[in-house]
Design a protein around this ligand. Structure first.
Ligand code: AQP
Length: 328
């Protein structure tokens, strides 16, 4: 039996990047004898200033998105990070098993601290990969299905776990990141050299809650490459290749099928079709989302039950860790 764990940080509206790179794959891991755990790492959102009302709302939004994409609370444990205090407890312990040199190498920190200015230099932003390590290691996770940007953090988690195991004997399972073949790094619509991020400016991304007109307009305006052939070549044609990855992320067609479909056609036609495909799928998802989100009491009950189940696993692991390092 494998334990599979992943999460979504409530720092903004979910984007199609989060969907294609991560969320849409998660329901497929359910059943098959796997133990599946999905969570909202809301404490991670504190690495940038948040409006308290907004972070609460977004946390519940993300829980509703998890249900919307097909995470079934009967099959999976759905939890909120702040409802399981063992995450913060293990974080502090693990902070002492990682070096500043290792954290200095984290590319997410380098990118984000540049973007966010002086407040981006908060210690939390620097050490959040260690909290992520705690999130993963508490549950003996074997696999962490993520987008490409998170691979480095899962690798750091392995290093920390390995170091701890060598010192104190087998304690943590060594996790591995799993990423989709295509769509693991969806790029910004107006700057194809930069990853699409929900905390970036709105023209750069498409949110899962966005309406049809806006989606179609954004794809129309999306940057393209200098020629006009709809073909996939990430190095030579990063902009159209990114749009093709979005297309296949929403249709499950292969690259070859898309190239054949648009042979002899221009970017304009491709972008128009893409806008319709994406907005139709989003409308379907939004409809489900609204149903789940409207019943806040049931949503909170699912989260309380999931978090209570998670606490049983996480508390056991914390007791084991504390006893191994001599903390009463
Ligand atoms: N552009 C992307 N392409 C593919 N996958 C992506 N993911 C994020 N952006 C892309 C994957 O989505 C999952 C949830 O990510 P997260 O919200 O927890 O944190 P993040 O990776 O920091 O995502 P953002 O959108 O870039 O958030 P902000 O702007 O707050 O930093 C992860 O598996 C992630 O890899």
């Amino acid at each position: 039996m494998k334990t599979i764990l992943s999460g979504l940080k409530p720092t903004g509206e979910m984007t199609i990047g989060n969907y294609i790179g991560a969320m849409k794959h998660w329901p497929l891991t359910q059943g098959k004898g796997n133990k599946t755990i999905f969570f909202v790492p809301n404490a991670h959102a504190l690495t940038a200033r948040q409006d308290p009302k907004e972070i609460r709302k977004r946390t519940l939004d993300l829980a509703a998105w998890l249900l919307t994409v097909g995470i079934d609370p009967k099959e999976s444990t759905i939890l909120i990070q702040s409802m399981v205090s063992a995450h913060s407890e293990l974080f502090w312990i693990l902070d002492n098993y990682v070096t500043m040199g290792e954290l200095n190498r984290m590319t997410q920190f380098k990118d984000k601290s540049k973007k966010l200015g002086p407040e981006g230099q908060l210690v939390g932003l620097y050490s959040y990969p260690v909290l992520m390590a705690a999130d993963i290691l508490l549950y003996d996770s074997n696999e962490v299905p993520v987008g490409e940007d998170q691979i480095q953090h899962v690798e750091l988690t392995r290093d920390i776990a390995n170091r701890f195991n060598k010192l104190y004997g087998d304690t943590f399972v060594l996790p591995k990141a799993t990423v989709p073949k295509y769509g693991a790094r969806i790029m910004s619509l107006d700057e194809p050299s930069v990853k699409m991020s929900k905390s970036d400016h709105p023209d750069s991304y498409i949110a899962l809650g966005e309406d049809k007109d806006s989606v179609i307009k954004k794809f129309k305006r999306a940057v393209t490459d200098s020629d006009s052939v709809v073909s996939y070549d990430k190095a030579a044609k990063p902009a159209i290749s990114n749009l093709i990855e979005i297309y296949i992320g929403f249709t499950d067609k292969s690259i070859e099928e898309v190239e054949v479909l648009y042979e002899g056609k221009r970017y304009g036609e491709f972008k128009q079709d893409l806008g319709i495909i994406v907005s139709d799928k989003l409308a379907e998802l939004q409809h489900k989302f609204e149903d789940y989100r409207a019943d806040e009491a049931s949503l909170i009950e699912i989260l309380e039950q999931g978090s209570a189940k998670a606490r049983q696993i996480a508390d056991k692991k914390i007791i084991e860790v504390k006893s191994k390092i001599g903390l009463l």
